[in-house]
Design a protein around this ligand. Sequence first.
Ligand SMILES: Cc1cc2nc3c(=O)[nH]c(=O)nc-3n(C[C@H](O)[C@H](O)[C@H](O)COP(=O)(O)OP(=O)(O)OC[C@H]3O[C@@H](n4cnc5c(N)ncnc54)[C@H](O)[C@@H]3O)c2cc1C
Length: 436
Amino acid sequence: MKLLVIGGGAAGMSAASKAKREKPEMEVTVLESGNFVSYAQCGIPYYLSGIVEKHENLVHYPIKEFVENRHIGVMTTKSVEKVNFREKKIYLKEGQEISYDILVIATGASPRKNRFYGMKNVFFIRSLDGAIEIRKHLHGNNIAIVGDGILGMEMAAELAIHGKNVSMYSKHSSLFPMVDSRITGEMVDYFRKQVNVNLNSMVEDIQENDGTLRLKDSNGSVHVHDHVIFATGITPNTRFLEGSGLKLDETGLIVVDDEMKTSIENVYAAGDCATSFNRITGVHEWHPLAQVANKMGRVAGSNIAGKIMHYKGALGTTLVKLFDYEIGFTGLTAEKAVKNGFNPVEILVQGFSRAKYYPGGTLIRLLMVYDHDTGRILGAQICSKDGGAWRLNTLETAIYSGMDMETLFYNDLGYTPPFSQVWDPIITGASLSMRD
Ligand SMILES: Cc1cc2nc3c(=O)[nH]c(=O)nc-3n(C[C@H](O)[C@H](O)[C@H](O)COP(=O)(O)OP(=O)(O)OC[C@H]3O[C@@H](n4cnc5c(N)ncnc54)[C@H](O)[C@@H]3O)c2cc1C
């Protein structure tokens, strides 16, 4: 039995490793278009800012580990250009064809490109190969980031921390609208002191002039930068499948079921190139996140080997560090909850991260969403300089398991002054819901 995996990222390597572990007699080969497999894309912003010194530090396992210890074939710099599902063959860019019995497509996603792609000193971030190239050239001090999503905000903060003069261009009228402004206000004020923020500002043109870039924005102003980094969204790497007969959704994602099976027998897909679904609503969604990709890959690999696993959906849980702030969100916003037939109530809580008498505590701003009729917790967002991440993940666990606010109130969270107050903001939020 011959398993081919296209893509050596989180999902592809998880699928390959799991299938081989469960069924050692299977011949498993991974085809990867870049030079690396199994590395931490999430660490790229820290490599670009310099906090991670060497790119090798981002590699989870060297290729040798897969080939020699796990007995998985790894072919790098091999880009799959076409698949013939009827004949069970893939075709490489270089012209070679390879046959398979079972196929996993785990090709991830790429930055949305625009007409400035390919210009000198204009960068789009995704792969480790790309990041190595970017770091070679990132010597200028004056850097523009376009896009105030997670990656854009993270890149801007990391580069500013490391001494760069950073400007942010956002098409929005307020910065970072993915998270509720009622909890991010303090962070945004701080961010704007460290980064020159241009709101309602689209990039209209970029001209190279004597080694610098002249960026014209939609307000008609011209700004001079050494580098421009676009972080304006991603798109699944599935273009090579168009017209192949494989079912894609309207955004180009490969449609999979909860076993990671696609519309074609013996073809699986996992990770950023495939559909996920919302744990609460059951609705198909895109969750281009590292843990989701790893789990989808594991599910695919296990099922291929005959040990049936079912993917159980995700909440889109996202954490990001912006300067010293820990910010996160999970589950449904009130708006999304309404659209899905819930009767949501929002609770805003401000509390302290540690006992007030214990040094180092900061304010925690927490937004919780629950369903009025059942008490079920639906979503949470948090922003704090201290202990935001663990609280968000605690709430994720509650939401994922379908907990209601009253049960959350009675949860036996650990307490000690350096880590929380006796009435932690999570418990305060839950208790407020019990007042109605
Ligand atoms: C800068 C950055 C920071 C991130 N930070 C976070 C974070 O903090 N938390 C989080 O949860 N997620 C984060 N993510 C997202 C996370 O990295 C992805 O969700 C995850 O890597 C997806 O795994 P994947 O295997 O689906 O895709 P990938 O890891 O992208 O792997 C796909 C692989 O397929 C290869 N490939 C593509 N097309 C072909 C082809 N035709 N032939 C052969 N090979 C091909 C690609 O070269 C790539 O190596 C970040 C992503 C980036 C880029």
